[in-house]
Design a protein around this ligand. Structure first.
Ligand SMILES: O=C(O)c1cc(=O)[nH]c(=O)n1[C@@H]1O[C@H](COP(=O)(O)O)[C@@H](O)[C@H]1O
Length: 252
């Protein structure tokens, strides 16, 4: 993931991922056609794509087929990194079953996981040579104030994942939400070069200027925008707009 990301970031001058959170209830017509159109319109300007599996599971078996076909479609250009957002977490043999599908069948570049059950639950994924994981650290929702922030879990997770990323040679990153970005400078201070996946810009109204102020020049970031791009009348223009906005603060 990291290598692919770095190459795309350089060639496209973009850290923007378009989130294909294609909710069929908001889409007239075929969801696969909808996805293909967005990919056709944005693949030359975005760094990569993130697909949240929830919107595909919502459609049942047809949704899984659409997920697979969408991933295949993106993979026609092998330089494009793909993140599958499934926020998985389970004991070893169950995690191994998830890992088989994501990294041996779908062959995505990265997967989001929930690290709350401990690092051993992440090990079955890491056995795959091509695997990369984003562990939730500081999430975008209000409930970040239930455990993550008051218990400083985001910091504990950051510190452990930073160490594990060195041990597992760049296969680990963290999710850092843009809506709670006042805590990001502390995260940055404890991170070397692991990748951050940053959601919360767009529909959740994270502030871009504030985000970059707290990132203090940290380079290895992915900024995901889902609804703010795909449900806009002109996804291409919107993606360009986000790229331009990010470029005001990010030194490529
Ligand atoms: O792991 C994530 O990507 C994630 C973590 C988090 O804390 N908050 C969050 O919004 N996300 C995901 O990021 C995407 C945000 O979508 P939009 O708000 O439509 O841009 C969704 O797929 C969320 O599930």
């Amino acid at each position: 993931m990291l290598e692919k990301y770095l190459k795309r970031r350089e060639s496209k001058k973009s850290v923007l991922f378009a989130g294909l959170d294609s909710d069929f209830e908001k889409i007239d017509g075929d969801v696969l056609d909808f996805n293909k159109k967005i990919i056709d319109e944005t693949s030359d300007i975005v760094c990569g794509y993130k697909l949240n599996i929830a919107f595909y599971e919502k459609m049942g078996h047809k949704g899984i087929e659409i997920l697979e076909k969408t991933i295949e479609y993106i993979k026609q250009d092998e330089s494009i990194p793909i993140i599958l957002d499934a926020k998985r977490s389970d004991i070893g043999n169950t995690a191994a079953a998830y890992a088989y599908y994501y990294f041996n069948v779908l062959k995505v570049d990265s997967l989001t996981v929930n690290p709350l059950m401990g690092f051993d639950t992440m090990l079955p994924y890491l056995e795959y040579q091509n695997a990369h994981l984003f562990a939730l650290a500081l999430t975008t929702n209000k409930g970040a104030y239930d455990f993550e922030i008051p218990e400083k879990l985001y910091l504990k997770i950051t510190k452990m994942m930073n160490e594990k990323n060195k041990e597992y040679k760049n296969k680990i990153g963290i999710v850092v939400g843009a809506t709670n970005s006042e805590f990001i400078d502390e995260i940055v201070e404890n991170s070397e070069d692991m990748l951050f996946l940053i959601p919360g810009i767009g529909a959740q109204q994270g502030n871009v200027e504030k985000l970059f102020r707290n990132l203090k020049g940290y380079k290895n970031i992915v900024i995901n925008v889902s609804r703010g791009i795909i449900f806009n009348e002109n996804p291409r223009e919107k993606a360009k707009e986000y790229n331009e906005l990010i470029s005001k603060y990010y030194n490529f």
